[in-house]
Ligand binder design. Structure first.
Ligand code: HEC
Ligand code: HEC
Length: 252
């Protein structure tokens, strides 16, 4: 395993690039030891600069600090015990490193008709700044199910605020609508409407987003709100088929 990793300079250079891009997670690298005593996956003779770059790329890819995986025995960076294996996260990271190496050096190269240039997977390919790389649809579904409509909208706003720029989550209206649809099918109407409302808030000029919201309001018998939403559809697209008829029917 050590040979495999040391035999892949691309792996290390990608990590180094990521480290530069993500900037200094810690500026105290002077306090990182000169020699390493407990490397089980990385090459034992790894260059100190490469090790630091690799560690920074881990922090950046997962959106965490060094202490997510390493114990600190005191209050300052000088008290970090990097060689210790006390934190289960460190062992999980080793598991992930081996998995990644397996994917990049065996699994993917063995795929028939692989295209050039090959995609080299990194921690960030999956993690995208998340410790646990759930998709937006999974985050919303879990929040809606376990904690209700308010929690789902709060989670959406939180993730959108933090990650819109990073592109870590899919904020297209389709992604959110697909969860709303699923919730609707399960009878979780309030939760579904909360998500459709988010779509109209963040995609205010999307006729489909307003149609979906109008239909959900119709489904719970809230005719007034359905009409308002359908009227918004007509403002966006005065020729929207059947919408004026639908409004007329609802007004009767
Ligand atoms: C996601 C988990 C994770 C994060 C975050 C992380 N590390 Fe590590 N670190 C590891 C793992 C795993 C090893 C052991 C690698 C191996 O066994 O080859 C390690 C090893 C080290 C070592 C070598 C210790 C030794 O003597 O064997 C140092 C030094 C180190 N990390 C520094 C850092 C610094 C500094 C940061 C923050 C910038 C950091 N790490 C962030 C997982 C992490
Ligand atoms: C193929 C996708 C994938 C890649 C590549 C990947 N991970 Fe993960 N990782 C996951 C998933 C999924 C989980 C969540 C597992 C769970 O708890 O359900 C996870 C969990 C973790 C955890 C545990 C987090 C916690 O606190 O519970 C650590 C640490 C971690 N990954 C580190 C890494 C590091 C470091 C790399 C790069 C060497 C990496 N991962 C590459 C998919 C990936």
């Amino acid at each position: 395993m050590k040979k495999l990793l040391s035999a892949s300079p691309l792996f290390l250079s990608l990590l180094a690039i990521a480290a530069v891009l993500f900037g200094a997670v810690d500026r105290a690298s002077a306090q990182i030891p000169e020699t390493f005593t407990n490397l089980q996956v990385l090459p034992e003779d790894i260059d100190r600069a490469d090790l630091v770059a690799t560690m920074r790329s881990f922090s950046g890819a997962l959106g965490v600090r060094c202490t997510h995986c390493h114990v600190n025995r005191g209050a300052t960076f000088a008290d970090m015990d990097f060689a210790a294996d006390e934190k289960p996260e460190k062992e999980k990271a080793r598991y992930m490193m081996r998995m990644l190496e397996e994917l990049n050096t065996r699994t993917l190269p063995a795929m028939e008709n692989r295209r050039e240039p090959p995609v080299t997977m990194t921690c960030k390919t999956c993690h995208r700044g998340q410790v646990r790389p759930f998709l937006l649809s999974q985050e919303l579904y879990m929040a809606a199910h376990d904690q209700g409509a308010d929690a789902a909208t709060a989670r959406y706003r939180e993730l959108r605020g933090k990650y819109l720029q990073a592109g870590a989550f899919d904020f297209t209206e389709q992604e959110t609508a697909s969860v709303a649809q699923e919730l609707l099918a399960e009878g979780l109407t309030e939760e579904a409407i909360a998500l459709y409302e988010l779509n109209t808030e963040f995609h205010p000029d999307s006729a489909p987003a307003w149609v979906a919201l109008a239909q959900a309001f119709e489904q719970i018998g809230d005719t007034d709100k359905a009409i308002v939403a359908y009227e918004r559809v007509l403002e966006i697209n005065p020729n929207a088929r059947g919408v004026q008829d639908r409004i007329n029917t609802l007004r009767q």
